[in-house]
Design a binder for this molecule. Structure first.
Ligand SMILES: [Zn+2]
Length: 110
């Protein structure tokens, strides 16, 4: 058993017919070819310089928001930041950052 090749994450959430297969840089739908339907679903393994774990990707596929992940780097400012991730576009697998307001800095309601 190896975790880096041959891992199958399950059916493609976008088309439901393909399976997500691993390539060097991403998990993508097996039906990406135009003659197979041209499914664009892709989840990049590395987001803002941070490599995601299979467990985190499985969370995203399940429609969940991940725990806060540390060590992202803003490509412009080079600033390191933390965020949670979720799938922003279920048709393409586009990932969005979710920034949690800091509880200790939160304003008190009322
Ligand atoms: Zn698909």
């Amino acid at each position: 058993m190896t975790e880096t090749t041959g891992t199958i994450l399950g059916p493609c959430p976008a088309c439901g017919e393909g399976t997500l297969v691993e390539s060097a840089k991403a998990w993508g739908c097996s039906r990406w070819k135009p003659e197979d339907g041209g499914c664009p679903y892709t989840i990049w393994k590395t987001v803002a310089g941070k490599k995601l774990t299979v467990a985190q990707i499985q969370q995203l596929l399940a429609g969940e928001t991940t725990e806060e992940i540390h060590g992202f780097q803003n490509p412009k400012t080079r600033k390191i930041f933390s965020a949670r991730l979720r799938i922003d576009d279920p048709n393409t697998g586009h990932i969005a950052f979710v920034f949690e307001p800091r509880k200790e800095l939160g304003r008190k309601e009322g």
